[in-house]
Design a protein around this ligand. Structure first.
Ligand code: XIL
Length: 355
């Protein structure tokens, strides 16, 4: 497919065109662009929910640009586990079928997460707690065996500030490290093929948290845990110092495991009370950080580039746009509400295509 970007961009750069846009954007919007999955030498992923499957605009962006799918919600415990701890796969099956029917790799997310399951597992004796923990993981992973390329087996195990591991119902019931090792062992027994990931966030934003996470990876591997991949969500803080992203990815890559950029978005929203920067200055910062990420990911050996996944197809699909702090103008993703490429598409496409 020809690349129209340069033609469209030159046309829109004319002062008249920009003036007609009202508040002229710092970077003119891109026109029709090349499919990302054709430019990238690795899988490019996107998340989504079954309620989007009938949205033509969403399908067009997803099926044109992406080669891997992560269910944003339906494969999580809160979507599968009923209060009596029976399992309902209706929504998860819908997502797995969407991926299969459209030739997308399927990444399962997420088996064990601190933020889910507490109510259903409350008050159980240890034997029942352990048996049902194992049964949940085993039944979910077995159901999609041969259809998932990987699983986020444990999500967000490290404490918010990076000081050790989180404490929660899973760690209290089965041990800080033991509940993690157990989850990987049960998942591996259920599915010998899928790559099993430890997934977390703010690993680049908070170097202390990144160090604790990589220390956990090291400890699990030395204990013989079947940990097969490292997932870093990259919900980017665009104001972090240059080079922090590269430093984390370089160290993470040192384990020689597949690395998943698992949930990229880069909010333009500033949390500081007064931000005197122009929209253009913030967008430049955003583009620089995402470029750094994509380039650092491409600096990994090809065999370690599991997938580069963005957490939403269009800006308006982003979970950030459902946040009560949203100002209705955030543009954290590669495509805007109309499915037109944003400057982040250019940043990612340019870096991935260089591979
Ligand atoms: C988020 C989804 O995007 C939201 O729609 C949902 O309401 C809450 O979870 N880290 C994760 C993801 O691993 O599962 C979270 O996804 C975002 C943070």
């Amino acid at each position: 497919m020809p690349d129209f970007r340069l033609t469209r961009r030159h046309l829109l750069a004319s002062p008249l065109a920009l003036a007609a846009c009202g508040s002229a954007p710092s970077t003119p919007p891109l026109g029709p662009v090349s499919p990302l999955k054709d430019l990238a030498p690795c899988p490019v992923g996107v998340c989504g929910m079954s309620g989007q499957f009938d949205d033509a605009g969403w399908r067009d962006v997803v099926l044109t640009h992406f080669s891997q799918f992560t269910p944003e919600w339906e494969m999580k415990m809160e979507a599968i586990l009923r209060p009596d701890r029976s399992l309902d796969f209706t929504l998860a099956d819908r997502c797995a079928d969407f991926a299969t029917d459209n030739g997308l790799r399927l990444h399962g997310h997420a088996l064990v997460w601190y933020s889910q399951g507490a109510e259903a597992f409350a008050g159980l004796d240890r034997k029942t707690f352990a048996a049902d923990y194992d049964r949940y993981i085993r039944e979910v992973v077995t159901r999609y065996r041969g259809r998932t390329v990987g699983w986020d087996v444990v999500n967000e195990a490290v404490a918010e500030d990076g000081d050790g591991l989180r404490s929660h119902h899973w760690s209290e019931g089965l041990g800080d490290i033991d509940h993690i090792r157990r989850a990987f062992d049960v998942a591996r027994e259920a599915d010998p093929e899928s790559i099993l990931f430890l997934n977390d966030y703010n690993l680049e934003n908070l170097p202390r948290k990144g160090a604790t996470f990589l220390g956990l990876v090291d400890k699990l591997l030395k204990a013989g845990t079947p940990l097969g991949g490292i997932g870093s969500q990259f919900h980017l803080d665009i104001d972090i110092p240059d080079g922090q992203i590269t430093a984390f990815l370089r160290e993470a890559g040192g384990f020689g495991l597949p690395v998943h950029v698992s949930e990229l978005d880069a909010s333009l929203r500033s949390d500081s009370r007064i931000d005197l920067r122009s929209a253009g200055e913030r967008q430049a910062r955003q583009t620089a950080r995402v470029t750094e990420l994509a380039e650092a990911f491409m600096a990994l050996p090809p065999g370690q580039r599991y997938a580069f996944t963005v957490w939403g197809a269009r800006d308006t699909d982003s979970w950030l746009r459902r946040d009560e702090r949203d100002d209705g103008r955030d543009s954290p993703l590669l495509f805007d509400a109309s499915g037109t490429a944003t400057p982040l598409y250019d940043a990612v496409a340019g870096a991935l295509a260089s591979g």
